[in-house]
Design a protein around this ligand. Structure first.
Ligand code: FE2
Length: 361
């Protein structure tokens, strides 16, 4: 067990239809810098990948190059979607052995790959749906990413203050939340992260159940959702229908200054969910005194939630593709470790307006 320490998220990989264009989207709208590349020019004949980075967040965008590539199945089934939530570990072999001995399905046996900058050990297991966890051991490597990638001397990009991944949410079909939570506890030694959000959450229409699992150091936090019965279709069910099963619903990225970050993102063209003015009329009474000017929060559409430890500010983008599936959250924590339960109602009402416009409510 001592060898199996997860330090944090290493990267998140999306399989996309056109990584060349997607890379520009993350660069221009979100302020990620293209730092590494792999493709035909570097000797990869089957797929092209761009690695984008902003502070501690690394997004890997991969596109299959040929009709024969198995990555096409992921694209066909899920659209642009998260394939791999990679964990940074001390020992990728020990992590893989630990997980597979406890029932994880292997998708990549431990493999050491090397170049002039040293070596990286990679292994991977399957998690929910078609999603993977790759274990990345990089203590003997000083290159840009992993062997096979070439550093890109990209243009300077305006950093939007997105700092690190706060949490990654996995949506499950009905009845699959508990089995998936148990899997994380048994296979990866995660624990249930106590939060007041671990209860049923519902509006009149959208209902879900959610349990948050976390690793030892709690740098990996993964809310696991499933739909619950409501008057109309749950937004989790809508995701599952359009995604084609279980998958990553949203990635929450933390900032130290959400007002500056969201202002910049809006200027860049990021579309956020709208929040009704009535939400801000009720805000002070609900969360108490906060440092931020409510007028500015309301102009930017930023949500606030409080608990006994403090408060947090958050905002959700609209889906980043035409399927109503994957989106991002921007979050700033000021003491609170919650996931915004008090905002769920306001958020759901907003999501439901979009859902109704798509004819899916
Ligand atoms: Fe979230």
């Amino acid at each position: 067990m001592s060898d199996f320490q997860i330090h944090g998220t290493d990267y998140v990989q999306f399989i996309v239809g056109n990584a060349k264009q997607a890379a520009r989207y993350y660069e221009k709208l979100y302020g990620f810098k293209i730092v590494a590349y792999q493709g035909l020019e570097t000797g990869n004949r089957v797929a092209t990948s761009y690695l984008l980075q902003q502070n501690k967040i690394r997004l890997l965008l991969t596109t299959p190059l040929t009709p024969e590539s198995p990555l096409n199945d992921h694209l066909y089934r899920h659209g642009d979607a998260v394939k791999d939530v990679a964990f940074w570990v001390d020992n990728a072999r020990a992590a893989w052995e630990y997980a597979t001995q406890r029932g994880a399905e292997s998708v990549r046996e431990p493999e050491k790959i090397s170049d002039d900058h040293g070596s990286v050990v990679l292994s991977a297991i399957k998690t929910y749906g078609d999603t993977l966890h790759t274990f990345v051991e990089r203590s003997n490597y000083n290159g840009i990413f992993i062997p096979g990638f070439e550093a890109v001397n990209g243009k300077d990009v305006q950093n939007t203050g997105l700092n690190f991944i706060d949490h990654i949410v996995g949506n499950q079909p009905d009845g699959q939340m508990e089995p998936v939570v148990n899997w994380y506890q048994e296979v990866l030694n995660f624990h249930r992260f106590w939060t007041v959000d671990d209860k049923d959450i519902s509006t009149e229409y959208s209902s879900l159940r959610s349990i948050v699992v976390a690793n030892d150091n709690e740098r990996i936090k993964m809310p696991i959702n499933e739909p619950a019965d409501g008057v109309k279709k749950s937004q989790i069910q809508e995701f599952v229908d359009y995604y084609g099963g279980a998958g990553v619903q949203h990635i929450a990225m933390a900032t130290k200054d959400i007002i500056t970050t969201v202002r910049q993102l809006r200027e860049n063209g990021v579309d956020f969910l709208e929040t009704p003015q009535s939400y801000y009329d009720a805000l002070l009474g609900r969360v108490g005194k906060i440092d931020e000017d409510i007028k500015i929060l309301s102009e930017l559409g930023i949500l606030v939630d409080a608990d006994k430890d403090g408060y947090m500010l958050q905002i959700f983008t609209k889906p980043i593709l035409d399927r109503p599936t994957v989106f991002f959250e921007i979050i700033q924590r000021k003491g609170s470790q919650s996931f915004g339960k008090g905002n769920f109602k306001a958020l759901f009402e907003s999501i439901e307006r979009e859902q109704a416009r798509r004819g899916n409510l």
